[in-house]
Design a protein around this ligand. Structure first.
Ligand code: NDP
Length: 296
């Protein structure tokens, strides 16, 4: 068997088309959805992510603000900026690009973001709302994975979903979303992590295997059930002298091997990657729509 590919570009294009219509509707009512991104320091990967977010806003006709702060920004200066954005009516959603330089307290910053503008959905009150099944926003990467499943017509109800990884950004919210009632969920979920015993015995039971650990090609063919759906969130840079850059991106799944047993699989790059920015944009549009609901 060779698995069918699920491509983030295809799924995200479908969602962008829907977002464009929602943005038009907002603009017709005099509201241009605005997303702001705060970047502290000059981490090269973060700079690329932030630039891509700004470009996507512009492509969609959204208002984009990128605030670059120096690497030696103090906690107080950053908190002042967060407060300014909380009170800026042109900014419907914003995020502070993580990771922050080591001297800054990420938790304090996340807690200070107004939950109604929390485009990343990292604020504890939004995480809690998601957990009780009443989300205002959804965390971008897990929401992107869920959309890939829904829009590829993959049944999730009653299926055994195994999530590998338990980070606050991917693994935990992913598991919490898949146990909710409703479309793209209603699953029986097992979460495994670095302290799990006989992890392969559990991954082999998965109808849908979602992997987010940050370990290159960790999931091999023998860890996957014949016909399983495999979603690879991992992005790992490995050396490759044949590549012009001397390195390339691979996932947490051994793609070449696992595609022979899976029914569906996401490649890296080109799989989950494009979905994260897409769902971030969806959160910003939703935040703008909510301000209309409040004022109507
Ligand atoms: P974290 O490092 O925060 O978490 C990794 C998780 O994997 C932890 O829960 C850890 O377990 C678990 N883990 C690590 N090693 C093993 C192992 N050998 N066996 C089982 N579990 C293990 O990473 P993130 O969740 O932030 O990211 C995971 C991957 O996804 C990374 O490659 C990241 O780059 C990628 N990513 C991709 C995105 C995209 O848009 N495509 C967005 C976000 C992330 P424990 O808790 O026990 O330590």
């Amino acid at each position: 068997m060779t698995a069918t590919l699920i491509l983030g570009k295809d799924v995200s294009e479908e969602i962008y088309a829907e977002l464009r219509q929602r943005i038009e509707t907002l603009k017709a009512k005099g509201v241009t959805p605005g997303l702001a991104v705060v970047l502290v320091g000059d981490d090269p990967a973060s700079q690329v992510y932030v630039r891509k977010k700004g470009e996507m806003c512009e492509e969609l006709g959204m208002h984009s603000t990128i605030i670059r702060m120096p690497g030696d920004t103090t906690q107080e200066e950053l908190m002042t900026k967060v407060n300014e954005l909380n009170n800026d009516s042109a900014v419907h959603g914003f995020l502070v690009q993580l990771p922050l330089p080591a001297h800054l307290d990420e938790e304090q910053v996340i807690n200070a973001i107004s939950p109604s503008k929390d485009a990343d959905c990292f604020h504890p009150s939004n995480v809690g709302r998601m957990l009780i099944g009443e989300p205002d926003f959804l965390p971008a990467t897990p929401a992107g994975v869920q959309q890939m499943l829904i829009r590829s017509g993959i049944e999730t109800a009653g299926k055994h979903v195994v999530v590998v990884g338990r980070s606050n950004i991917v693994g935990k919210p992913m598991s919490a979303m898949m146990i909710q009632k409703g479309a793209g969920a209603d699953s029986t979920v097992t979460t495994v992590h670095s302290r799990t015993k006989d992890l392969a015995a559990i991954t082999r039971q998965a109808d849908i295997l979602i992997v987010a650990i940050g370990k290159a090609r960790f999931i091999t063919k023998d860890m996957v059930k014949e016909g399983a759906v495999v979603i690879d969130v991992g992005t790992n840079r490995v050396e490759d002298p044949t590549h012009p850059k001397g390195s390339r991106l691979v996932g947490d799944v051994d793609f070449e091997e696992v595609k022979e047993v899976a029914s569906y699989i996401t490649p890296v790059p080109g799989g989950v990657g494009p979905m994260t920015i897409c769902m971030l944009m969806a959160n910003a549009v939703k935040a703008a729509e909510r301000t209309m609901e409040v004022s109507e």
